[in-house]
Design a protein around this ligand. Structure first.
Ligand code: ARG
Length: 462
């Protein structure tokens, strides 16, 4: 005879090292609150349906609340031989309240129980992630608002391309994160579903009310199919994907922060509070937080791949493979929440080296397209203009000067249409102000963009 919850038909116990391999209690204790919440709803419904007595329900609920309290006071001792959080809690409950505790599992199985816990957990965490994304977007918007007129080189191929507003550059991340936010919002309808009462796979003969537990747990709907209810992990894959993509966006931004903080760029200076030093090189100040965020994309992408492969070819309904859904999920959730918080702190405390940024665009050829456009305005075909400007740029590189340093006489040798007004035309701030097209980097267009972004943040409750 075995001491396990399922021990009736067993003649032999697994040895400790087998229990160890089988157990998930080390990590699924993360689901304790959700497990207690799910059990309270189930017990309440069982009593309302006259499947258990009101007294048994009260005993169960009080016992569960005590267990929860003891867990947070460090007084609960989990056992690997009891496998997981579900059996550990049930065992503890039976110890405390006797037979009433043994009635809790009527009309349910660990299969719908674990699925319920996971739905509750993912729902709560996705809401938290959404809040953190909004907060980070607010920081980006605040930063952008102070830098509409700060000019920096915009890049393609990581080569200087055209002058842009610093605000415009950082707002790109606002919009990326906005898409992430909306992906999480959209996923909610596939997360917010109650599997409880699907039992092991086929439903139950007890007169349970699945809609009651759905309402008690605050779920938007119930699974229509009991097999689907216990086998579905799509919402976990979807969440892992949404987290991975958010992390990929953060890693792109982190890479820019790392580059901007180099001695070569000096576009920003990170706060000491978000940097670290070197154990050997006394002068070093390293952007470790940004590097860690960039590096953590490895694990979030890995967890997504891992869950996709776990689900591939898995027959219906529950299989123990599904126990593998938790560690990666918990880690990805922790990682994205930590990364969003750290990034926000790093952004709020960094210094934008405005003078340095404004100077950089005077020491490059990012206004070359403007010169070509200037010629086009004087009726020179664009291809000819491109050729002329290319030649001037080549000459400047030979002489170590920039387009604003070229004497008017030389310009006029190349094209008689070039006048004194070319110097004003080529100033980086004018390169921006001439850009009036919607969504462009022109100061007015950026100000409009910031207003739209403000509305996006304010419209949340609409
Ligand atoms: N620890 C298990 C898991 O996380 C709970 C469900 C176990 N169900 C079962 N039939 N063995 O997936």
């Amino acid at each position: 005879m075995s001491s396990k919850a399922w021990g009736g038909r067993f003649q032999q116990q697994p040895e400790d090292w087998v229990d160890e391999f089988n157990a998930s209690i080390d990590f699924d204790q993360t689901l304790l609150d959700e497990d207690v919440q799910g059990s309270i709803a189930h017990a309440t419904m069982l009593a309302n349906q006259h499947i258990i007595s009101q007294d048994d329900k009260d005993a169960i609920i009080n016992g569960l609340k005590e267990i929860q309290q003891d867990f947070y006071n460090g007084k609960l001792d989990f056992k690997k031989s009891l496998e997981d959080i579900h059996l550990n809690i049930e065992h503890e409950l039976i110890q405390r309240v006797g037979d009433a505790g043994g009635k809790l599992h009527t009309g349910r199985s660990r299969n719908d129980q674990v699925a319920t816990d996971l739905h509750l957990y993912v729902k709560k965490e996705v809401q938290d992630i959404q809040t953190l994304i909004r907060s980070f977007q607010t920081s980006i918007l605040n930063l952008a608002q102070s830098h509409v007129d700060t000019i920096m080189p915009g890049y393609t191929h990581l080569q200087r391309a055209q002058p842009i507003s610093f605000a415009h550059h950082v707002m790109t991340y606002f919009w990326m994160l906005d898409r992430d936010y909306s992906r999480f919002v959209d996923s909610m309808k596939r997360i917010d579903i109650s599997p409880l009462g699907a039992a092991a796979l086929s439903g139950t003969t007890h007169p349970i009310d699945r809609h009651e537990t759905q309402q008690l747990l605050g779920f938007g709907s119930v699974y229509e199919n009991s097999l689907d209810a216990v086998s579905d992990r799509d919402y976990i894959i979807e969440t892992l994907h949404n987290i991975s993509l958010t992390m990929i966006h953060l890693s792109r931004f982190a890479e820019e922060i790392i580059f901007w903080s180099t001695d070569e760029a000096k576009f920003i200076t990170l706060s000491d509070a978000f940097s670290t030093g070197s154990s050997i090189m006394p002068q070093k100040k390293n952007p470790d937080m940004a590097e860690l965020i960039r590096g953590k994309v490895g694990r979030t992408t890995g967890h997504l791949m891992s869950m996709l492969v776990t689900l591939k070819g898995l027959p219906l309904a529950y299989n123990k493979d599904l126990q593998e859904d938790k560690e990666g999920l918990f880690d990805s959730v922790r990682t994205v929440k930590g990364s969003l918080r750290i990034f926000e702190g790093m952004l709020d405390t960094m210094t934008v080296n405005t003078d340095r940024l404004n100077k950089t665009v005077h020491q490059d050829f990012s206004n070359a397209t403007e010169l070509a456009d200037y010629l086009v305005a004087k009726d020179v075909p664009f291809r000819t203009a491109h050729e002329i400007v290319g030649k001037i740029v080549y000459e400047c590189i030979q002489q170590g000067i920039y387009l604003l340093d070229v004497p008017l006489a030389r310009y006029q040798e190349l094209n008689t249409n070039i006048d004194q007004d070319v110097y004003d035309y080529l100033k980086p701030e004018n390169c921006l102000s001439r850009r009036k097209s919607y969504g462009s980097t022109g100061q007015d267009a950026v100000r409009h963009q910031l207003n739209v972004a403000k509305k996006v943040l304010n419209n949340d409750t609409l």
